[in-house]
Design a protein around this ligand. Structure first.
Ligand SMILES: [Zn+2]
Ligand SMILES: [Zn+2]
Length: 126
């Protein structure tokens, strides 16, 4: 499923707006923020003003979608950025996935992918 931000073509099946619409898919907080004014006008979506943008996102509430994401992450970073992965893991943990044996293996895979991305960032700054 493509990101709802019309200028973006990235896959956004795993992330959905955390506002009252809880239905529009975005690939990232950046796209959500960029498209926010139009999204709000189109859907009447609202967010709790006290909630940071990063919390506007939640993984799809269905267990099937969460398991699909787990299968994807088992093979690596799934093409998500470091910030998205941190967010996705946080959401999975919110659903109690930390207690699942498979989750720990996935977390390691993802941490490795994140570590690699961070090392690349550090090299880029030098
Ligand atoms: Zn929304
Ligand atoms: Zn996007």
């Amino acid at each position: 499923m493509d990101c709802a931000n019309p200028v973006c073509t990235l896959d956004a099946s795993a992330l959905v707006c955390g506002g009252t619409c809880a239905a529009t898919h975005y690939c990232s907080n950046e796209c959500h923020a960029a498209h926010w004014e139009e999204h709000r006008a189109l859907t009447g979506c609202r967010v709790d003003g006290a909630v940071s943008r990063i919390k506007w996102f939640a993984i799809l509430r269905s267990e099937g979608q969460r398991n699909k994401l787990m299968r994807k992450l088992r093979r690596g970073s799934g093409g998500y950025t470091a910030a998205q992965l941190e967010e996705l893991l946080g959401v999975l943990e919110g659903y109690g996935y930390r207690r699942k044996r498979k989750y720990n293996a996935i977390r390691l895979t993802v941490r490795e992918a994140l570590g690699d991305a961070q090392r690349e960032d550090e090299q880029g700054e030098e």
